[in-house]
Every structure is written in C-alpha cells, then in structure tokens.
Ligand binder design. Sequence first.
Ligand code: AMP
Ligand code: GLY
Length: 433
Amino acid sequence: MNVLIVGSGAREHALAWRINQSPNLTRLWVAAGNAGTAELAENLDIRSSDLDALVAAALEISADLVVVGPEAPLALGLADRLIDLGVPVFGPTKAAAQLEASKSFALDLMRDAGVPCPDFASVWEEASAEAYINSHPGPLVVKADGLAAGKGVILCEDSGQARAAVKLCLSERAFGEAGDTVVLEEYLSGPEVSVFAFCDGENIAPLVAACDYKRLEDGNQGPNTGGMGSFVAQPEMWTPRLESEVEETIMKPVLRAMAERCSPYKGVLYAGLMLTDTGPKVLEFNCRLGDPETQVVMPLLASDPLDLMLACAEGNLDRASVRWESKNYVGVVMVSDGYPGDYETGFEITGLEKDGPGDTMVFHAGTKLGAGGLGSPAVTAGGRVLTVVGGGDNIEQARQRAYSRLERINFQGARWRRDIGAAANQGAARTAG
Ligand code: AMP
Ligand code: GLY
C-alpha cells in the first residue's frame, strides 16, 4: 500500500514508525513530517490546512490510504474530499468531526443518547448564561464551543469567575468565532483517562487507553501545554471492567447516534473521560488520536496497523483482528526553553543515535534535518521537540528506560518534566495534569 500520513508532530512520527513495520506497506509519505519521519518516509512540504495540496498529493502518489493525524484538516473536510475521489481515509468526515469541533453538538448528542456527561447549557447571550450561573452556584467550567487550539476551557471556582469567562468569550471574543457559542458545565472531579476507539461507522475495535500530563512543570504546576508526557499502566489505570463499561455506556451509544444522524463515525474516536464517583463521564471527544498518548499507544498495537486503519475506512472492522499488548509505556516530552510561550529554534540535537537501551523510542515533533541532510544531526524547529518513550513489564521499569534514554539526548534549552509516570504522581496526572 502507498500511504500518506498528514501531520508533523511526534504523534505522526509514532504512526509512521508503526506503519513502517507493516508488511502491507509499499511506500510511505508524510506531509509535512519532521527530521524523524524523514528517516522512514518521504516528507512533503505541505501544511495540514492546505487541503488542495493534500488531495493533489494523495492522487499523485496513488495513495491507498491517507492517515490524518490532527483535527484541523478533518474539521475542514479533508476526509470528505478524499472519499469523493475514492481515496480511502483514516479519519472522520467534516460532519462526524463535529464531535470535536463543536462541544455543544457533542453534549446534545450525548444527552439524547443517554451517555454520561456533565450537566450543561449552551448559550449565545450573556442573559442565558446568567440564568444558568444563578441556578448553579459553586464551581463551573466555561468552554468556547469551537476549536480553540486547546485554550478554550476555563475552570471557574465561583459565579464571579464564570461570569468573567462568559464575557471573555461572548463580548471580548477572546477565542474569535469559536467562542460565539459558550458551553457552561458542571465541575466534575476524579482521575482522567484518554480512551481511543477505532471505529468503522458501525463496529468498534477493542479499546485502548492512556493518560497524559498537560501542565509544564513537575507536580502539575505551571501553565497548560500541548502535553508534557503520557503513560499506559496496565491494569492499574485500565481494567477489563472499565473497558466494557466505557464501550457499552459511551462508545457504542455514540456510534449508534452518529449513524442515526447519517454521519457514521469512521476513524478513531478519542473520549477524554473523568472517572467520577458515579462512573466515567465524558469531558470531551476528539476526532483523532491524542498527542502525546499516541507515542505510548502505538507500541502496544500487536496487529497490523494498515489492516486496522483500512478496515476503519472501508467499514469492515468486524472482520479485522485487533490486539493490544498488555505492556507499560512512559513517554516524556522534551520542549524548548520558553515553551508554551516564545522560544528559540535551530539548536543541534545530539545523542539521538539508535543504540539506546532496549525498548526505547524517540519520536520527533518540532525538528528538521540539519544542513547536512539525512544522517547529519537534526536541529530544533518548534516548542515541542521530542517524545522519548520507554517500555517495560511495569511502569517503573518503563519510566527508568525512558529517562535513561532521554539523559543521552541534548540540545540547548532542553526542558522536560522529571515526574512522568512516577508512582506518586500517576493519580495526580489524571486529575490536575
Ligand atoms: P477539555 O478540552 O474539554 O477536555 O478540557 C480540558 C481539561 O479541562 C480537561 O482535561 C479537564 O482537566 C478539565 N475539564 C474539562 N471539563 C471539565 C469539567 N466539566 N469538570 C472539571 N474539569 C473539566
Ligand atoms: N492529549 C491531548 C490531546 O491530544 O488533545
């Protein structure tokens, strides 16, 4: 199969790494990719938002499958355009991607389908927000309805903060049109887990789950980021009982509801869950794999990745055999000094040689080839630079391996958290992280 991966982060490098091991692969391209994907595939200099160029590239290379990493091209309708041209695509249509692109769409659907989620109201005017705030004293969560690059969620401890957050969206338009509809939600608490369901519109593969850490600094301090680390610890965080509860009460009803609305969901459905005292509840859906969760999930995939993704695209997942290993992985994200604010780039990265300790992987994000091209040291090109992953029979072994590989890597201004996957912190990662 000729395969095109869309995206340029460590998630896409992890996808390229796993797809590259498939006996079904003929040739692999990544748009736009990074220095890591350049070693496995041909990088194409195309932005994820340039649908015309992506579609043209897919036709040019006679793609048998296009795998879409980030949400933006899906929300813009990349899958629809490829489907119209007969190109199989792993990722939902624009209508199905509404599950991520509109929080009120997702919440309305969950309410109709009886899927556990926070109590909520969607509002367009401050007066309606005021009515909800007055009838729900205490902490609330205020969210911009649309895609806001991970920034549109405001946790409010009291009514005053909630009023200010509503104003920020509706009058000050801090999130532009993404905040023209606002969702007010009940404030839930409990550990968090990201659950991934590979779907073909009707059927669901066995679920896989991981946890991520969002805050910049150790102990879950500092600003929110695109993710500073992730882990899978089995069975501590993901038991067969929880898996079947999530499948029956969340994934299956959502898939049925999407099919009934004539937008069958194909691709991966990512549910961000909070494990509350009264059971798992959905905080958000995403229409793609998570970053940095994919970096610890792809190593678990024991079946053929192309069989799995093509089955999702073509609607025959019921005939595919999908298996996840029961192993533990820890992924630590190395970022540039200053991230998530301003940072410098162009620093040479040393210590990336492949002869690291066993069962470790380094996935690139903001990197590009150095002046010497392939084989010469890569240089930093973004805020999120690398995800260093270690695997083991238990989480502590996985964590030790990840950090011992990481310690050999260096670039000017490299920063990372030292507590990813640490036992004392696993619960915390899943609440405040
Ligand atoms: P979201 O992008 O909707 O997942 O929100 C980002 C983060 O905000 C989540 O990972 C949670 O930590 C927190 N959050 C979102 N919704 C709620 C809620 N209803 N109650 C408490 N925390 C929430
Ligand atoms: N790990 C969070 C995300 O991918 O949205």
